[in-house]
Design a protein around this ligand. Structure first.
Ligand code: UGA
Length: 435
């Protein structure tokens, strides 16, 4: 019942399909049973409440309840090992427990791998563990499919309700047919294209998707860094123009401080590591990651350009979450920027509408946190916008001028219209005329 599992369960249940959520975390299960979302995700709370009230969603720590169902989705996390490779501990453990529970089930049961796993995992890891723990052979009485998900944090529910495709990887027709039937019942006339393929292809589709999106972000950040050195150039206009070409497309062309979140970095590292083990060095993906890591240096350079040496300067960091409308700080670019600024001796003060409790828990000793954005700006020598929160967008030049010791602003998310900030020393990622 992590992010993917909970959103998937809630949307299935909301469409009238009886669903059981299973997790080892008793607190989480109790919360879900009360119809409360244990994570922050728009629409999820209401959806859970309704589903629990209509008895369409149940939650339990008792894995043997899978025998009450026809299909089980494995949605456990696949974190990174220190060398970047995928850690399959949770996948193996959940498969084993699921398999043990299915030992005595007589009817056909379908197991679906929804966790993000390196190509080959469904057939080479999940299948043998499942066969051993059930005492059955995958085939006529036990189905196995790979079925990746493409939800984004912050829009997970609407993404789950309106996907652009469903990818089903299977070794036999029976398992793919059962999963397709389930999705047909779920989406009815809105069923998106279903791409049926091998488990390995389905697994790679997920990595290719995240690798492409991350590369698109690093690409536009590269163009932004080039733009900054050319007076009169604005990367946003470049992005708008190239995005009109249907071969390029307008989305994921927003230049900024680099991508964050729990998936892009983890998945790129896992794919790079896997590929290298097979004897191919994926240079492009390595460059995507390096460009992203170094984008934090570009943000710090802008601050130095306007404010001079940063030693002992008070710097306000506005926004800590990896993107707006979430309290998630995993791999957030704010962490990389804060790390570099601290090494330069800057004194840091930060604000975020949602992510401060998470930030304080891990990085509390590196930064002072304030209750509101104006508090962070008070007496600061430089402010850096790191997350595109609507609350920050509302701030005007006069708010900065009134609070700061010297009004210097770096807009690393391009949330402001530069001409309105003429009275400040202002720089923005990918804006050549000012930087
Ligand atoms: C990403 C993918 O978009 C989902 O399709 C995928 O299912 C998910 O990972 C996953 O594998 O679970 P998510 O991590 O929620 O979703 O966040 P995104 O909205 O993709 O943003 C990732 C990062 O890229 C953020 O830091 C965001 O600010 C940054 N970004 C995004 C940009 O800097 N510029 C852009 O134009 C777009």
């Amino acid at each position: 019942m992590g992010y993917v599992g909970l959103c998937t369960a809630a949307t299935f249940a909301s469409c009238g399909i009886p669903t059981i959520g299973i997790d080892i975390d008793e607190n989480r299960i109790q919360q879900i049973r009360k119809g409360q979302a244990p994570i922050h995700e728009p629409q999820l709370d209401l959806m859970l409440k309704k589903a629990v009230k209509r008895n369409l969603l149940d939650a339990t720590t008792d894995v043997s309840r899978v025998t009450d169902t026809r299909s089980s989705f494995l949605t456990v996390g696949t974190p990174s090992q220190p060398d970047g490779s995928i850690d399959l501990t949770f996948v193996k453990k959940a498969t084993e427990e699921l398999g043990t529970a299915l030992q005595n089930k007589e009817d056909y049961h379908l197991v679906v791998v929804k966790s993000t796993v390196i190509p080959g995992t469904t057939n080479n890891t999940v299948k043998p563990v499942l066969e051993q723990s059930t005492g059955k052979i995958v085939g006529p009485s036990l189905g196995l499919c790979a079925n990746p998900e493409f939800l984004k944090e912050g829009t997970a529910i609407s993404d789950a309700l309106h996907p652009d495709k469903i990818v089903i990887g299977s070794n036999d027709k029976k398992s793919a047919a059962q999963l397709t039937r389930l999705y047909r019942e779920f989406y009815r006339s809105r069923l998106p294209p279903v791409i049926t393929t091998t488990p390995e292809t389905a697994e790679l589709v997920k990595y290719a998707s995240n690798a492409f999106l991350a590369t698109k972000v690093s690409f536009i950040n590269t163009i932004a860094n080039i733009s900054q050195h050319i007076p009169g150039v604005d990367v946003n206009q470049v992005a708008e123009a190239i995005g009109r070409d249907p071969r390029i497309g307008p989305l994921f062309l927003k230049a900024g401080p680099g991508y964050g979140g729990s998936c892009f970095h983890k998945d790129l590292q896992a794919l790079i590591n896997h590929s290298q083990l097979q004897g191919y060095d994926p240079l492009l993906l390595k460059a995507t990651e390096k460009t992203n890591e170094e984008q934090a240096d570009r943000v710090v350079e802008l601050a130095e350009k306007l404010a001079g040496p940063l030693d002992q300067k008070r710097i306000a960091i506005l926004g800590l979450a990896f993107k707006k409308d979430t309290d998630d700080i995993r791999e957030a670019s704010s962490i990389r920027v804060i790390d570099r600024l601290s090494k330069k001796g800057a004194r840091l003060v930060g604000y975020d509408p949602m992510a401060m409790p998470n930030f304080e828990r891990i990085f509390g000793d590196m930064i002072e946190l304030t209750k509101d954005p104006l508090g962070a700006l008070r007496g600061a020598d430089c402010a850096i916008v790191m997350t595109e929160w609507d609350e920050l967008r509302k701030l005007k030049a006069k708010d900065y001028i009134a609070q700061m010791r010297q009004p210097i602003l770096v807009d690393a998310r391009r949330i402001y219209n530069a001409p309105e900030f003429k009275e400040l020393k202002f720089a923005a990622i990918g804006l050549g005329s000012v930087a």
